[in-house]
Design a protein. Structure first.
Length: 79
């Protein structure tokens, strides 16, 4: 199942689906779909998530947007 840690981090910091949806310009249902892994945020929505997190002092990593069933590409060379 695809899912992003970005939504988990935002919700853990006290933001609601409604807060997140308003910041991204999408419905609460869309945020629920991201949360459950039924869909992923678009590039525009990812940017909005990063801005929202930054405003709230939450650090999001590239790996927070990677799916659980695919390894995150963090651009490090294998040793």
């Amino acid at each position: 199942m695809n899912q992003t840690n970005a939504i988990k981090r935002l919700k853990k910091a006290g933001l609601t689906r409604s807060d997140i949806s308003k910041a991204c310009g999408v419905s609460r249902h869309a945020v629920g779909f991201w949360e459950s892994g039924r869909s992923v945020p678009s590039g525009k929505s990812m940017g909005a998530l990063v801005r929202l997190a930054s405003e709230k002092g939450i650090v999001l990593l590239a790996s927070d947007f990677a799916s659980y069933d695919e390894p995150a590409n963090d651009d490090r060379e294998a040793a």
